[in-house]
Each structure stands twice: as structure tokens, then as C-alpha cells.
Design a protein around this ligand. Structure first.
Ligand code: FES
Length: 382
């Protein structure tokens, strides 16, 4: 709010008004994602936060003790991986860029809610979601859109981040008059599918003529413990939707398969696994594979190390002659258009929160989910 003195200057000087309104954001776009360590000395804390997050993994007892034990044990190996990709995760760089490009376009294409300001809220690394919410509160925005950067919803990813949003407002108070709404899933956004299809076409064109038609398009997504799948997590079906839309756009030009990567620990996870599938395809006599990180919107350790280094090495050893990886969407213009399209659509919709988000998985017994979903149902407003 303007003070009396400020209001007087503003009335006398239109240029002051222009500067003042442009500097104060009206609409916050909170970009939620998991984040990643910026330096290798942050790896331990990052792993510790993941392993002690009960929305991701539930140990039968002593979550903090077992989580810390695993984090400590895995730190050197994971540090080495970050070292191999340049010493840190690029996820912050990409998310900031995506947020800036999104808000610049929104200011032009949706001036009614401008100025828009992006806030990055990571779950396991700085800048944390709580820090972003603190900043957003200080800025005194009128409206906040919580925008999950996981296109396909999972209780272990978007759900976990939303539980943090709920907890922050519960413990720190909810600003009077703030209009809060959520974009929780967008696996079927046509521009997202077009972006992936465009990136795939580009890579297919680089393959030698004699293998182009037979190359297997291998859509690789992060896996999930089978326990979560059987609880009713919608992630597998949502990833499947994105795959089908992309293949529809490509007119089913090649053989394709959805596979899952990054399994951790001895418990059963959702398969088939990316590395094992590549080896099996090699045994079947397949020669060319194009890997598509279908559930990652920017590069990070799972693409730059697990796919680009480990998988390619395994594939070559197994006898695959050609294997290429399609880049993540990053700052691709079609991807930025997808983000703009989603927010514009959301701003015009009458749904501050989707009924699907308010509904729990059929076998969910998490007190965090019960509380947060009730809270979002009551407090999300347009
Ligand atoms: Fe899915 Fe709680 S685990 S809603």
C-alpha cells in the first residue's frame, strides 16, 4: 500500500506510478521442483532431506536414523557423479530461466494480472519452498499460483512439495486476502507434447538413414516404489498419457516403449527399468535407441549422468550400435509457450485447485495428506 506521501507524489508524477507498479509484483508464480545441490559439499544434506521425507520413502521405524545412514553411505558415490557433470546440478539455472521467460511473456500476454514474478521453491535444496513463500509474503502479492514443475503428478514429488506449502502457511499464517491457486498436473498439455515431439524429430533426423525407421524411442521416467503405485499414485498413468500424446504427434512413426529409471534400494519399484530394457533390446538384436527423458523438464543428474554417461556406456557394452539422448525441454520456445499456455488457462479458469488433488489416493493413510488437502480445499480461492 502507498503511504500518504507516496500517493501524493504518484498523483503528481505519472512516471513514478509506472515505475512503482512495475516494481511491485501483483501475481507470484511459484515454480516447485525437487532441486539439486549446487556444489558437491551440499550433496549429503540434499540426500538426507530426500531420505527423511516420508512422502518419498517410508521406513517402518526410525525414519531419521535410517534416512541419515543411507544419506551418509551414498554421499561419496553421488558426489562423484556431480563431479562428473561439472560439480553441481543445473536445475536452478534452468528453473530460474524458465520462470523469467514465462513471466516476461505473461506480462505481455496477460496484462490484467501483471506484473508477474517467478519464485523458485525447491524441496530438497536451496532456494527452499519455505524461503520462496517468505519472499512472496514480503512482496505482498495479490495472487499466488503454485505451479508444479513436474508435469505428471505424484504424491512423492508434487504432493510432497505441496505438503511443504501447506505446512508453511499453517505455521506462519496465511496472508489476508491472498488469492492462492494450484497447477498440480499438466501431463496432457498439447504444447508440452509438441515440444517433446519436435525434439525427438530433430534427433531422429540425425540418425543414419538405414536405422532411422527402426530406432526404438525409449521414454524414460523416474521410477516409483511399487508400494506407492499400489496405493493409487496417479504418476504411471499420467506419464503414459504424455507418451501417447507425443507419439500421436509423431504419428506413431517408430517403435516406442515407456521405461523407468533411478530405482534406489532393495524394495520393488515400478519397471521395466531403463538400463535392463536397453540390455534386453540389445539381446533382441535392436541396433538403435533414442532415449527421451519424458518426466524431466530440465537437465539434471538423472539425465546428464544416469542417461548420458551410465546408460550409454551400458548400451554400447550390450551391443547397441547407436544410442542418442533427446535433450530435456529446458528453454525450448515451445516449452516456454506450454508454461505460458498453462498459466493463462489457469488464470481464466474457475478452478483454484483441481478436484483430483483434493481427493486422496484410495489407500492413502498419511496424516500429512489428510491435513494439507483439507487446507487447500478451504484456502485456495480465485
Ligand atoms: Fe497419495 Fe496421500 S499418498 S494422497
Amino acid at each position: 500500500m502507498f503511504s500518504k506521501g507516496t500517493l501524493f507524489i504518484a498523483q503528481q508524477c505519472p512516471r513514478y506510478v509506472k515505475f512503482s507498479s512495475a516494481s511491485k509484483p501483483k501475481t507470484a508464480i511459484l515454480m516447485l521442483n525437487m532441486g539439486g545441490p549446487q556444489h558437491i559439499d551440499q550433496v549429503h544434506d540434499y540426500l538426507h532431506r530426500i531420505m527423511t521425507d516420508r512422502d518419498v520413502i517410508q521406513f517402518p521405524f526410525a525414519q531419521n536414523v535410517i534416512g541419515e545412514w543411507i544419506a551418509k553411505r551414498r554421499t561419496p558415490e553421488v558426489q562423484k557423479k556431480y563431479q562428473d557433470i561439472g560439480g553441481g546440478s543445473p536445475i536452478l539455472k534452468w528453473t530460474r530461466l524458465q520462470g523469467d521467460l514465462l513471466c516476461k511473456k505473461l506480462d505481455k500476454e496477460h496484462p490484467e494480472t501483471a506484473p508477474h514474478k517467478p519464485y523458485v521453491g525447491f524441496r530438497y535444496a536451496s532456494p527452499f519452498t519455505e524461503e520462496a513463500l517468505e519472499e512472496l509474503k514480503k512482496d505482498g502479492v495479490e495472487r499466488a499460483i503454485v505451479f508444479s514443475q513436474y508435469p505428471q503428478y505424484s504424491c512423492a514429488t508434487t504432493g510432497s512439495s505441496l505438503n511443504v506449502v501447506y505446512k508453511y502457511f499453517r505455521d506462519n499464517g496465511f496472508p489476508d486476502g491472498l488469492k492462492l491457486s494450484i497447477i498440480d498436473r499438466w501431463s496432457v498439455n498439447p504444447l508440452l507434447a509438441q515440444c517433446f515431439a519436435h525434439l525427438i524429430r530433430k534427433e531422429l533426423a540425425l540418425l543414419p538413414d538405414d536405422v532411422r525407421k527402426e530406432a526404438i524411442i525409449l521414454f524414460s521416467a523416474h521410477s516409483l516404489p511399487l508400494k506407492a503405485v499400489n496405493r493409487g499414485d496417479s504418476y504411471p498413468s499420467e506419464v503414459g498419457c504424455t507418451v501417447q500424446l507425443v507419439m500421436w504427434d509423431l504419428q506413431y512413426c517408430n517403435p516406442y516403449q515407456l521405461v523407468f529409471q533411478s530405482k534406489v534400494g532393495p524394495l520393488p519399484w515400478l519397471g521395466p527399468f531403463t538400463d535392463e530394457s536397453v540390455k534386453s533390446y540389445a539381446k533382441q538384436g535392436k541396433k538403435a535407441i533414442l532415449v527421451v527423458p519424458i518426466a524431466f523438464v530440465n537437465e539434471h543428474i538423472e539425465t546428464l549422468h544416469e542417461l548420458d554417461i551410465e546408460l550409454i556406456e551400458d548400451a554400447k557394452k550390450a551391443g547397441i550400435e547407436i544410442i542418442r539422448r533427446v535433450p530435456a525441454p529446458n528453454d525450448h520456445p515451445l516449452f516456454i509457450e506450454a508454461l505460458v499456455d498453462l498459466v493463462k488457462h489457469h488464470l481464466r479458469s474457475k478452478l483454484p485447485v483441481s478436484p483430483k488433488l483434493i481427493n486422496r489416493c484410495p489407500h492413502c493413510d498419511s496424516p500429512r495428506c489428510i491435513e494439507s488437502k483439507q487446507w487447500f480445499a478451504q484456502n485456495c480461492k480465485l
